[in-house]
Design a protein around this ligand. Structure first.
Ligand code: PMV
Length: 331
């Protein structure tokens, strides 16, 4: 019998949220409580090849050279199943994926992973998704992944249903010469996943207050962004990062993502600013610190980071394109 093979490869960036997604209104399909805003990260990329093949008997998922756990496999198969259903495909798949940055350490590997998976899987057969549909499919894998499909800077509009909750571009990658220097202070997989964190969000006594103040915070952040007012923008980004971790630390049970290295950098940033170096911090659900600065200050910030005891290495990112297809298959 003739072998049937459908294959595609996609490359997708992680993204850093300036306004964070924390808590899910509908955990089944990852509908958030609030809008979030992000920038794609040029040096934090996932490459994924998906092949549907009539000779495969099972779905196989390999990330970074290792078969993934059953729980992770389930999330991937959920996306494959949606593609199979929509394109009327009955074949099993092999998925090979690799990151060029450490996984599970707060550098949003799930965002790059699920956006790359959604594009690769949906490009293998006859399915042709619009950007909106691709954002929605990516969101089903991991909420923040829906922001990685658009180029540059994205806003995930909360929406109120599956078809209305997706990300749109707010500015192209070259709109503003922002840089994100990720200070990696731990390469270990975090103990509490963001999925668990989202589940605990509503248990924080500050949850309702956060939802109340967010609309104004978002409009102030966007105003500063479009005016390229870096000081105001940076201040809001920092406040938001602290709010996210305050929510995590006050949930029941509490979650502490920070470590000694996180605190060292947070405190250093304040000193650097007092000395006239304009740089602000943010974090995701993990200990690593993202330093946001303008391109012209990257060399100085990098020099300061070298004095730190706890930074293992840095990754310097600029805003970049979203998910795209590649001809270089991983197998
Ligand atoms: O997409 P998830 O489920 O990994 O959640 C991401 C949560 C944060 O990184 C903390 C915030 C965000 O908006 O990216």
């Amino acid at each position: 019998m003739k072998k049937i093979i459908y294959k595609a490869t996609a490359v997708s960036p992680a993204n850093i949220a300036f306004i964070k997604f924390w808590g899910k209104k509908d955990p089944e399909i990852n509908i958030p409580f609030n809008d979030s805003i992000s920038m794609n990260l040029s040096r934090c990329l996932t490459t994924t090849t998906v092949e549907f093949n009539s000779s495969y008997l099972l779905d196989r998922i390999v990330v970074g050279g290792k078969e993934v756990s059953e729980a992770k496999k389930e999330r991937v198969v959920k996306i494959l199943d949606q593609v199979r259903k929509r394109s009327n495909l009955k074949l099993k798949a092999k998925v090979i994926s690799k990151n060029n940055f450490p996984e599970g350490a707060g550098i949003a590997s799930s965002a790059s992973a699920f956006s790359a998976l959604a594009l690769a899987a949906s490009s293998t057969g006859k399915l042709s998704l619009s950007l909106k549909e691709l954002s929605i499919l990516s969101r089903h894998g991991s909420g923040s992944a829906c922001r990685s499909v658009v180029d540059g800077f994205a806003q995930w509009q909360v929406g109120d249903s599956d078809t209305t909750s997706y990300a749109v571009q707010i500015a192209a990658p070259d709109f503003w010469e922002l840089r994100d220097i990720v200070c990696v202070v731990s390469k270990e997989e975090k103990k509490v996943s963001s999925t668990e964190g989202h589940g605990l969000a509503t248990s924080s006594p500050y949850f309702k207050t956060r939802l109340k103040i967010l609309p104004e915070k978002i409009s102030k952040l966007k105003e500063a962004f479009f005016r390229k007012d870096f000081r105001t923008f940076g201040q809001i980004v920092e406040e938001e990062a602290v709010d996210l971790h305050m929510m995590a630390m006050t949930s029941s049970p509490p979650i502490f993502y920070w470590n000694e290295g996180t605190m060292e950098i947070i405190q250093a940033v304040q000193t650097w600013r007092e000395n006239g170096l304009l740089v602000y911090f943010t974090m995701d659900a993990g200990p690593n610190v993202h330093l946001i600065c303008l391109k012209k200050n990257v060399a100085q910030v990098s020099k300061e980071i070298k004095k730190s005891k706890n930074v293992l290495f840095t990754i310097i990112n600029k805003p970049c394109e979203g998910s795209c297809l590649s001809k270089e298959h991983l197998f």
